[in-house]
Design a protein around this ligand. Structure first.
Ligand code: SF4
Length: 136
């Protein structure tokens, strides 16, 4: 991660493309904290243990959504069906530690996500707050 590259902030505004909800190799898992699982379960009207059994798997000690065919199972016509309860990983896109170097940002993230460079200017401090939120 290179802090210098975002010292003047970065612009991002979701364009509703649904692309960050589509599996792409190493970004495939949607990791879930207990807080995420409780919030998602509430939105779906389930208790947390039922939600976890039905929708989650565990890898290396971390819960994540069970893999489906590629896209997130809650993505429907480019919309998140549980948007108000979406997990922190989804709330903090694109400010993930693995994205925060100029090469990845400019070559991969920018070409992938149409919201990069648009809308609100996130300051360095706001970006770092998102990075802390994205940690599981
Ligand atoms: S939970 Fe919602 S926002 Fe997160 S990847 Fe799935 S569809 Fe996208």
């Amino acid at each position: 991660m290179s802090k210098n590259f975002y010292k003047d902030g970065l612009r991002f505004e979701c364009q509703g493309s649904g692309k960050c909800c589509t599996s792409r190799g190493s970004y495939g898992f949607v990791y879930l904290t207990l807080k995420d699982r409780k919030r998602m379960a509430r939105v779906l009207g389930l208790n947390t243990s039922v939600f976890t059994r039905k929708y989650c798997s565990k890898t290396d000690g971390h819960f994540h959504l069970k893999e489906t065919s590629g896209d997130c199972r809650f993505l429907n016509l480019n919309r998140c069906e549980i948007y108000e309860g979406r997990p922190d990983q989804c709330r903090t896109w694109p400010f993930w530690p693995e994205n925060m170097n100029s090469k990845t940002w400019n070559q991969e993230v920018k070409s992938y996500c149409p919201g990069i460079g648009k809308g609100k200017l996130f300051t360095k401090e706001e970006i770092e707050a998102q990075l802390r939120e994205s940690e599981i």
